[in-house]
Design a protein around this ligand. Sequence first.
Ligand SMILES: [Zn+2]
Length: 99
Amino acid sequence: MPDKTEKESRRQIHRELQEKTKIEFEKSLPISKELFQTLFDFLDEKLEENDCDDSFKLTKQFLETNHIMNNEEIESWLQENGGFCDCEVLYNLEEKFEK
Ligand SMILES: [Zn+2]
């Protein structure tokens, strides 16, 4: 049986690792976390009215409306993180962001 201090320090290491992963993830973001939340809300709303057409049509529309220029960087980031079209961006990526 590990003693209390050992358990506590293991818990501490685990917390630090989680924190580190979170920071690394946030550092890799091509646009701010807040903008991503706005993008998810936008996609959520639009995908209720329109079916996803397997492209980044709505995502691009959002970026354009918000005058965001690094589209290519964002698209490749989305693909690296499992979002290959508008609905996948919403369903696969929203959960990576803590509310
Ligand atoms: Zn889709």
